[in-house]
Design a protein around this ligand. Sequence first.
Ligand code: UD1
Ligand code: CA
Length: 486
Amino acid sequence: MTPRSHSVSPAAVIVLAAGEGTRMKSRTSKVLHTLAGRSMLGHVLAAAGALDPRRTLVVVGHRREQVIEHLRQVAPAAVPVVQEEQGGTGHAVRIVYEHTGPLEGTVVVTNGDHPLLTGETLRALVAAHESEGNAVTVLSTDVPDPTGYGRVLRDADGAVAGIVEHKDATDEQRLVTEMNVGMYAFDGVLLGEALKRLTTDNAGGEEYLTDVVGIARSDGHRVGAYKVADWVETQGVNDRVQLAEARRQLNERILERLMREGVTVVDPRTTWVDVQVSVEQDVTLHPNVQLHGATAVAAGASIGPNVTLRDAVVGEDALVRDAVVESAEVGPQATVGPYAYLRPGTRLGRRAKAGSYVEIKNSEVGEGSKVPHLTYVGDATIGEGSNIGAGCVFVNYDGVAKHRTTVGDHARVGSDNMLVAPVVVGDGAYTAAGSVIIKDVPPGAMAVARGQQRNVEGWVERKRAGTAAAEAAKRARENNTQEGDK
Ligand code: UD1
Ligand code: CA
C-alpha cells in the first residue's frame, strides 16, 4: 500500500462492550463501573473522542438496556449496535459492519474495559498507522506477565506476522511478552473484506478479530504494531481488584497533573480527585480529601483535612475543613467547618462563614454573614453582615410544604432561635435569645418571643430540702445575709 498523507478524522471508532464481565460479579454491566467519576466506557469514549471520529459505534450485548441508557446520557452521539450472541471480537465488529455498510478510511477498534488508555496514545496509534500505510496497526506492549492475552508474533526480520491467542499458542509462543492490548487501527475497506473470512476454527470457538492481522499479512498488506512504552496505560479491568488498581493509577495520574500545575497535595494516598474536577494554582489539598463530579476549586483555597466536595464551587482563598459540600457554592475567603454540611442550592458569599455543626440547604448567606455554631438553615436568604446565633433552626417545613425565611443585612438573630417560615427578619433587626419567631420583624426592631422569666424565691430549700442544691442555696443565702450585715 502507498502511505497516505497525515490524518483526517478516522471514519469510525468501534468500542467492544458486549461481553458479560462475569468476574465483576455484579448486577451492573462491567463497563458501567466507575472510576474517577466516570464509567469505564465513559473513559474509553473520552479517549476515543480525542480522535474526533466521524462516527462512534458501541457494540452492546449483556445488560444492553443499562449500557444504551448510559450512552444516551453521556455520549448521545455514540450509536449502540446490538450483538445478540457474543460470537467473539471478530463477530462483534462484523455485526457493526452489517449495521454501517462499508467503511472507508481508518477504523479504530477498542475494548470497552481499558479505562486507563489515553487519547494521546490512540492518536499516536492512528498517526503511526497512517504514516506507515498499514492495513492493520496493533497496539501492543511488553508486559511482565502476558498470561491469558493474545501475543504479537513477529518474523525473523521483526515484522508483525500475526496474533495468537493464549489458548491457541504453543509453549514457545507463550514465551513472547509482547501482548495485544486489544486496540487496533484498520484500513476500513480491508477490514470489511477480512471480517467475511474469519472462522471459528480455534480454541475459543469464536470469530477472532485478531485473525484479521494474519489475513491482511498473508494477502501481502503491510501490518504493524505501535508499542506503548508504559504498559500500565494498557491495563484492562476484568474484576474488582483490577478496578481498584486502575482507579488508583488514574488518581495518581490526575494528582500528578495537578501538582505539576501548582496544587499542593499533602497526602496523595488519601486524596481522590475525579477527572472533571478543576483545581487552580496554590490550592492545598490536605489529607483525606475527595473532589467529585464537576467540582471547581479556585486559587489559594485550602481544602481538608477530611472534606468531600461534589459538584461544588469553591472561591479563591476559601477555607474548607472537615466538611461535606454538595452542589453548593463557597465564596472567596469564606470558611466552612469543621463539621459542616452544605447541601444543594447553598451559596455562601464572600467571607461568609458556616461553622461547626452547621447544616445549610438551598440558602444564600450574604457577604460576610456568619452562621458559626450548631445551626440548621433551610430555604433561607440571609443578607450581608448578619449573624445567626448558636443553636438556631430555620423551620422551613410545616409537614406539607417548604417555606422561605428572609434575614436582611446586618441583622442579629439571637442564640437558640426558631425562625418559623415564611418569615422575614428585617435589615438591622435583632431577635432575643431563645425566641420563636413566627411574625415578621421590622427593620431595626428587637423581637422578643419567649416566656417571661419568673423566679420563685426559696423554692429549692423548701421543695428539695436535704439535697446538695438545697445546701448550696442555704449557704448562699447565709453568706448573703452576712454580707448584708457588714
Ligand atoms: C482479546 C484479544 C486478545 C487481547 C485481549 C486484550 C481477541 C480474539 N483476543 O481477548 O488478543 O490480548 O483482548 O484484552 O480479540 N466482546 C464483544 N463481543 C464479543 C466478544 C467480546 O463485544 O463477542 C468485547 C468484550 O466485552 C470486551 C472485548 O470485546 O470488551 C474483549 O473481549 P474479551 O473476551 O475480554 O477479550 P479476549 O477475547 O479474551
Ligand atoms: Ca478482557
